[in-house]
Design a protein around this ligand. Structure first.
Ligand SMILES: Cc1ncc(COP(=O)(O)O)c(C=O)c1O
Length: 435
């Protein structure tokens, strides 16, 4: 039996015309589309951002979870506060204190991952046509949330020290002159996704001052802040201006993303609205998962666990950088992250990383092409390589395959044939707007 025009396989959607106008901004991210191919076992995926959970003590977590249900099951399996469990909110404040944040548990809202925090913030602040400033490039999931609420993202250039204050000023001035309403600066100050860069401490106060002067809220997204390879942490923007910064945190990278426990710390008035918005989205965050996280923080050496994660990621970062140095063709440059999951690679002129991706997948390696991290079409000469999930040997093999694909690109082939001096490959500072 046919399905007529509503055939699910590429046919016309019979509900067209019913959808809200905001759905126009909802498109599948390039990265999601990649997941299916990248997860085939023969493909080395340098594309996704999945944490490596092998260091987790699964038996302990299983025992803790069983105990929670056996001893406190009627609460664990019940609805609870829309804002999140009070004990967990207190513990979250202890976690944030590691980066200088002096938060009160009353001002914390537990969310279903920090992705939900992004959605709530966009829901509270963005009307259609409002401008959100974000680093160029920026986290694809945040760009998706802003698009859903029909905000326009304007990218602000970064360099190797993070967001460039002068570029921020210029973007704000330009928006004001054009009569545009800028609602917020969305920023990932530490071990940025996708660039791997960290905002210089010396720039932090200046960026906050600029935002204050223009009456713009700062949304600080900090899922990687405790994953610095030398164990160093940086002062959170929130610690420098608590009244004008909404802080998003997550246990996804420091414990387990499948539990979907994140949080927002917000100035009191904003927090009240956040709770209402959270309640309308989920009634309350999952009680059992909150208890699992809370018990983990109360009874396990969670700092030691984060140290173990950090060590794994440092080793993988080293493997990635060495492989890039050994294999990538001349003219490629990349960032050198001090923490987090990602390296941002610039390829030679004439190579289009989005167009090249199918050829890379044929060669059994996947990456995230740079265009997914911009809303304005930039990023064609960039790609994000993640070193968080594959073990070092796979990382090396993946980069070797990637190098072969790059060398076969028509734009590069002449460089290998002629006697002209060739540019070298190597790590290099991220230059603003160098796409
Ligand atoms: C910068 C950034 N923000 C937010 C998230 C979402 O994380 P969560 O699992 O807490 O929703 C991610 C996940 O990769 C991320 O990289």
């Amino acid at each position: 039996m046919g399905h007529g025009p509503q055939d699910v396989h590429g046919g016309v959607d019979p509900h067209l015309g019913r959808y809200a106008a905001r759905t126009a901004g909802m498109t599948a991210s390039e990265i999601r589309a990649l997941f299916a191919v990248a997860s085939r076992p023969e493909v080395v995926s340098l594309a996704g951002g999945m944490p490596n959970l092998a260091a987790l003590p699964l038996r302990d977590i299983a025992a803790q979870t069983a105990r929670i249900i056996a001893e406190d099951g009627l609460a664990a399996l019940q609805y609870a506060s829309a804002q999140g469990l009070p004990e967990l909110r207190e513990q979250i404040c202890e976690v944030m204190a590691l980066e200088g944040v002096r938060g009160h548990p009353d001002d914390v809202v537990v969310t279903v991952g920090s992705q939900m925090g992004l959605d709530l913030v966009a829901r509270l602040f963005c009307d259609p046509g409002d401008v959100v400033l974000a680093e160029g490039p920026s986290y694809v999931g945040a760009l998706g949330s802003f698009a859903t609420y029909q905000a326009q993202v304007v990218h602000v250039a970064m360099d190797e020290h993070g967001l460039v204050p002068d570029r921020l000023r210029a973007a704000l001035r330009q928006a004001r002159n054009a009569g545009r309403r800028v609602k917020m600066l969305y920023t990932i100050p530490n071990f940025h996704n996708p660039s791997g860069v960290t905002l210089a401490v010396g720039r932090r106060a200046e960026i906050l001052e600029i935002c204050r002067a223009y009456g713009v809220l700062v949304v600080e997204d900090n899922p990687y802040g405790l994953l610095g390879f030398d164990g160093r942490t940086y002062p959170a923007l929130h610690s420098l201006d608590p009244e004008n910064v909404v802080y998003l945190g997550s246990f996804s990278k420091t414990f387990a993303p499948g539990l979907r426990v994140g949080w927002v710390l917000a100035p009191r008035a904003v927090r009240e609205k956040l709770v209402l918005a959270a309640e309308s989205a989920t009634l309350c965050p999952p009680t059992l998962n909150q208890m699992v996280v809370s018990r983990h923080l109360a009874t396990q050496d969670w700092r030691g666990q984060i140290d173990a994660f950090r060590e794994t990621y440092r080793e993988r970062r080293d493997a990635m950088l060495r492989a890039l140095e050994d294999h990538l063709p001349p003219g490629c440059t990349w960032t050198e992250p001090d923490g987090g999951f990602y390296v941002w690679v610039r390829v030679p002129e004439g190579v289009d990383t989005r167009a090249m991706l199918p050829r890379a997948v044929d060669a059994r390696v996947a990456y995230a092409s740079g265009t997914g991290f911009y809303t304005n079409g930039l990023g064609g000469r960039r790609m994000r390589l993640s070193y968080c999930y594959p073990p070092p040997g796979r990382i090396r093999e993946g980069v070797r395959r990637l190098a072969a694909v790059l060398e076969a690109e028509p734009a590069l082939a002449p460089a290998f044939a002629g006697p002209a001096p060739r540019p070298v490959a190597g790590p290099r500072a991220l230059a603003p707007e160098a796409v």
